[in-house]
Design a protein around this ligand. Sequence first.
Ligand code: CU
Length: 90
Amino acid sequence: MNENTQEVKVEVAGGYNPEVVNLKKGVPAKISFTRTNEQGCLDVVHSKKLGFEEELPINVTKTVDVPTDKAGEFDFSCGMDMFFGKVVIK
Ligand SMILES: [Cu+2]
């Protein structure tokens, strides 16, 4: 990670690890999701507030761009909105 970009890896295995992703406001950001097992209904990750939706085949890393122009807390979740994680931008 340098000052011009930030990238956080999230493992998806029966939930999100880490559950809270901390990002700096105003620095372009990416989150890479990798689902590593079949546990739970986590084959889709999405966030209305952050504007992404990705299918997560097992062991395929999917990277999304996250807008960091606004500070705040933004949920992301599985396709059925049962498992949640959170992006904190400050
Ligand atoms: Cu679900």
